[in-house]
Design a protein around this ligand. Structure first.
Ligand code: MF3
Ligand code: CO
Length: 289
């Protein structure tokens, strides 16, 4: 149904369409006519929704800070899960992974050659030289935040340490490209080019995602994309940047026993940081990291 100039805007601002999102929609139409993939209204967040996601993100960040303050050699990944469950509850929030499509724990802990979706276990003890991704997703007041960090346990060999640091740098390189009226492919290709320049490979099969009202929303976010392709970025879009970067080859496989955990095929380490952003009028705001 066509929305009239004098009707209320679809965004819920209470303003007339003509003095709210009409110009915005017309601008999107130009890109659509050029054949670009453009965001549907349903993934463009209102100010109130962004406020809610930001509050969720604050708790997500606090949970990861808590993990950061305690993680060390000798700790099991189950203990990390316990910390996340306990802190999340204390903050009045809910861990999004628990029971998500049958996921059995409150957080993902992916060690060394585990690329993502590692399942916490009291059998997995972190030891000196390990690298581990802790991927935390939080529901607060119905709003969802999602971010992850890498932790290095004690002394890590220099090549693996550089992988972890470069994976962090890749996030900054991606963030630089997040601007309204540019494309997700501008961001993804910047990350891929940087990773290739350092001799790494980027996982292709698993990407980032829209996030905020649901755990995984549109758009799908690739980090091996090309400039000027993929979805147009517009203010109010929320998504994650979370490239999985392999020291060796990009190929991966899924653990056949648990149906979740992804490993590098060559057994070499993989690193991933994840940031959740909202596109603003002139760039981005970080909601969780
Ligand atoms: N946090 C992961 C992501 O970034 C999702 C994990 S799904 C889970 O998309 F069920 F394993 F938690
Ligand atoms: Co995510």
């Amino acid at each position: 149904m066509q929305i009239g100039r004098n009707d209320l805007c679809w965004c819920g601002s209470g303003k007339k369409y003509k003095s709210c999102h009409l110009a915005f929609d017309s601008k999107i139409e130009v890109f659509r006519d050029q054949g670009h993939l453009v965001p549907p209204h349903r993934i463009i967040k209102t100010k109130e929704q962004i406020d809610g996601i930001r509050e969720s993100g604050k708790r997500n960040i606090a949970i990861l800070d808590y993990v950061a303050s305690k993680i060390k050699a000798g700790v099991t990944t189950q203990e990390i899960d316990d910390w996340v469950a306990e802190k999340t509850k204390e903050l009045g929030a809910i861990p999004a992974p628990l029971n998500y499509e049958g996921f059995p724990k409150s957080v993902c802990t992916s060690v060394n050659d585990q690329v993502c979706h590692g399942i916490p276990s009291d059998k997995d003890v972190l030891k000196e030289g390990d690298i581990v991704n802790v991927d935390c997703s939080t529901i607060y007041n119905g709003f969802i935040s999602d971010s992850s960090r890498m932790f290095m346990i004690g002394d890590v060999d220099p090549v693996t340490k550089k992988l972890v640091e470069d994976a962090h740098k890749a996030i900054d390189i991606g963030l630089e490209q997040v601007k309204p009226w540019k494309f997700l492919g501008d961001m993804g290709s910047a990350i891929n080019e940087f990773c290739k320049s350092q001799g790494y490979s980027v996982v292709e099969e698993i990407g980032g995602h829209g996030c905020g009202l649901e755990f995984h929303e549109e758009p799908w976010v690739s980090y091996v994309s090309k400039p000027n392709t993929e979805m147009l970025m517009v203010p109010g879009m929320c998504f994650t940047i979370e490239p999985m970067i392999n020291l060796g080859k990009r190929h991966i496989y899924e653990d056949a026993d648990n149906g979740w955990t992804i490993y590098t095929e060559d057994g070499k380490p993989s690193a991933q940081w994840e940031v959740q952003v909202v596109v603003t009028d002139n760039g981005y705001e970080i909601l969780a990291y």
